[in-house]
Structures are given as C-alpha cells and as structure tokens.
Design a protein around this ligand. Sequence first.
Ligand SMILES: Cc1ncc(COP(=O)(O)O)c(C=O)c1O
Length: 428
Amino acid sequence: MRPLQPTPAFASEMDAADPLAAYREQFHWPTSTDGNTYLYLCGNSLGLQPKTVRAYIEQELNDWARLGVEGHFQATNPWLPYHESLTAATARLLGAKPLEVVVMNALTVNLHLMLVSFYRPTPERYKVLIEADAFPSDRYAVESHIRWHGYDPKDALIALQPRPGEATIRTEDIETFVAQEGQTIALIWFGGINYYTGQAFDLARLTQAGRAQGCLVGFDLAHAVGNLMLQLHAWEVDFAVWCSYKYLNAGPGGPGGCFVHERHAHRPELPRLAGWWGHNKATRFLMPAVFDPVPGAEGWQVSNPPILQLAALRASMAMFDQVGMERLRAKSERLTGYLEYLLDSQALENVTIITPRDPQQRGAQLSLQVSDHGPALHERLVQAHVVCDWREPDVIRLAPVPWYNSFMDVYRFVDILVKAATDVARAG
Ligand SMILES: Cc1ncc(COP(=O)(O)O)c(C=O)c1O
C-alpha cells in the first residue's frame, strides 16, 4: 500500500480507488437552509438515510391502505412474520445462528428484558462488572436491577477504571480483575465499543475470562454492530443488545435487537418478562392461558413489532447483505486510519486522540479530547457545516462511516479543524 500523504490530491486518489465510493450517492445528505451540504461525521449517533428507505416504507403504507388488517397475512411482505425477514441478515452481522437473534424494541428495553433473565444474584455472587464511563442508560438499567434484587449499587456495581493517566482500559487488567474477583461477580456487562472513548473491547477475551469464573457475560453493541466484525456465537457470549439507528442506518428510534446464545435457547424455566409475541407461534392465536416461549431469542419478544420502522431497517440490511461487513470494515480501517494520520501530522495543541491507536481496538470512531475551549471549538465546526458531536466533559466524537464518507471528507474535516483551532486560540 502507498504511504499516506496529507494532500487533497492523495485523498482524491484514495476515493478514486475505493470500491465502495459509489454508495455515498445512495444516501440522503443533509443540507443547510443556505444550500450547503453538511460534512457529516456523526454516523456513530444517527446514520444517514439510505435512499431506498422511502420505497420500503411506502410499500407497507400502500399495503396498509389497500388491505387494512389483512395486511398481516396478505401484504406483499406479510406483517405477521415480518421481523423474521430480518433474522438471517442480522445473524450474519452478529456472527450468530438465526435462532440466537431477534429484532425488537429499543436497546435499553432489551437490556431490561435480558437482565431479568441473566442477572440472577445470590448472596455469594451478586456483583456486576461494567466499564468506567459506561453509557448512562446502561448504568441506570443495571443499578435498577441491583436494587430490585435488594442489593446496594455502591457495593454491587463495580466500574472498572483505566490505569491512572490512561484513557482506556487494558484487556489484561480486565482479565486480572476477573480472575481475582470473579467468584463474586454474577454478570460482566460491557459496551462492545465505549461510546465516549471509542475503545473496542476484546469481546472474545472478556467472555473467556468471565466464563472461566462462572460469570455470565453480555455486551451493549450499540456502537459495534455494523461497524466491527462480530462472532458472538463462537465467542460464547451469553447475550447482547444493540440499536439500529447508528451504523445500521435504520433511522431515528430504529428497532433494537437481542442476541441470546444457543445454550440458553431451550430454557423455558429462565425467569423472563413474557408477552404474547414471545409465545409459541403454532398456538399463539389459540389464545392459550399458559405461556409457552418460542425457543431462542424470539422467546424474549413481548409485543408485535412496528412495521414501518422495520421496513426502514430492511432497506438498510439489504445493503449490508449486498456489500458484506468484511468490505465495509476494510474501508473503515483505512478511512479512520487516514483521519488519525492527518490529525497526527497537524499535532494540534490541546487536541489529543484518546481512542486506541491499534485498529483492532477501535471501530470507525475517533474521540478527540480537547483540553481548552472545547465547546467553542465544536461551535466553530458547526458553523463550518461539520456535523460531529460534543460529549461532556471534553470530547469531540468523529465517525467517518465507510458507507458514505470519503477520504476527501476526512481531509476537508482536518483542514476545517485546523482553521477553527487557530481561530479559537486567537479569540482566547
Ligand atoms: C452505548 C449506548 N447504549 C445505550 C443507548 C441507549 O439506547 P436506547 O435509547 O435505544 O435505549 C445508547 C444511545 O445512544 C448508546 O449509545
């Protein structure tokens, strides 16, 4: 591969050689009221809209208008088994068996459903291990279950910190901690990628470490699905949840999903919050009084799903199936690597990349810690029509997404950042 260069000519060459470059045109790009197309680097928060989404949703709107309730059976894509049409593609993205995945609800709702079944504390083993700076919703959910079981989060919730002076947690430190304390830990719950630092955890090693001590192990894959290569089945992860509005491009409030490992698929005795959609499909409409869960992840469903949102996800998943995660990940590593290279070559004062330098320990996102005037710098970027987010207390998150971002986007961004940083420093 050619050595990287910090020039627009080089960025153009990289785009010309990019086999996925044409997909950029298959997304709607937000534009400002004065007609400028935004430089969008915020797919870690909300992915852009694939142009095919509208037709997928219109199909269901038309079938609803035409058929009313009969659409459940007679729609072009019947609504009764509609969510099943997403199972195979979802399983491919997660490295799972179809039995192990289901698309449903939103992420935190799914986390609650999973915790009911898989956080089963005993007086000897009741603690939950999470990463420092876990996404707040995860922390709220986990704490609420700890309290629900009569324990005190001050004692039962362990948030593992990085070493002093380091921004991210070393895998070996997690392993050592679990080897020492594992007998008191009921559940290890980590983000696949930490939302703040962008650190991708080694999910295989974490799972191994936890299972060796008899802990259950689950992951929040909000920032990992559609971004990293995943092998949840082979890694023997117990359960996972995710959302589809970030790297899966399924739109605001897009449906979440759940993975439950095959070894838990046939355990009707597991406590769970039940609903009719999780009931045995052969007898669901006989309206029996006794709940009989569908084997596998589908048995955790509660309600019938939102078809219009699922339609948007179907449009996006068809694209993932067409291109494949391997090719997306290969471009993503190059694109984020180029962003890192350009930032390093500028060596901006006050701006530090806190995301790991090893591509295996990150996805698309780089987090820039800004030591001075961070909000002012972010505001300048916004004024220059850059869309990226600011996360308190001191981080700008950037996510060049291989579906729709180009090497020229990355080049332009760093150019804008350098000017903005100079302006902010001047303004004091
Ligand atoms: C890492 C992570 N976990 C959980 C959530 C919460 O997701 P939801 O609102 O779909 O429950 C988010 C939302 O952005 C997130 O980034």
